[in-house]
Design a protein around this ligand. Structure first.
Ligand SMILES: [Zn+2]
Length: 99
């Protein structure tokens, strides 16, 4: 990516630190994170799951919701493909932020 991954402390910012910093400012989807940090969406979900273990309840998740009937999914990491209630495939993506 050619981007500098440096800060004043250790000289190296890990992907997880970069993600944590990114979602401190505003809620973001795994897709936003993947673009911002330069990883795949799948990796973004993986790192978010690891971050949630470290931050516990400080990592907030806006759960995915069916755009048709409003059904809220309980899966925190990953993107549901179909609503179990009405079979709608337009589902909002989960968003993450640290508070
Ligand atoms: Zn639905």
């Amino acid at each position: 990516m050619g981007r500098m991954r440096e800060n004043n402390d250790s000289g190296i910012v890990t992907v997880r630190q970069e993600i944590s910093g990114f979602i401190k400012e505003a809620p973001a989807t795994a897709r936003d994170i993947s673009k911002a940090v330069g990883i795949t969406e799948k990796d973004a979900y993986y790192h978010l799951e690891q971050i949630s273990k470290k931050f516990g309840k400080d990592l907030k998740v806006i759960l995915p919701e069916c755009r048709k009937c409003g059904f809220t999914f309980s899966k925190k990491f990953g993107k549901p493909s179909k609503c179990p209630e009405c079979n709608e495939t337009l589902i909002t993506e989960p968003e993450y932020y640290i508070k």
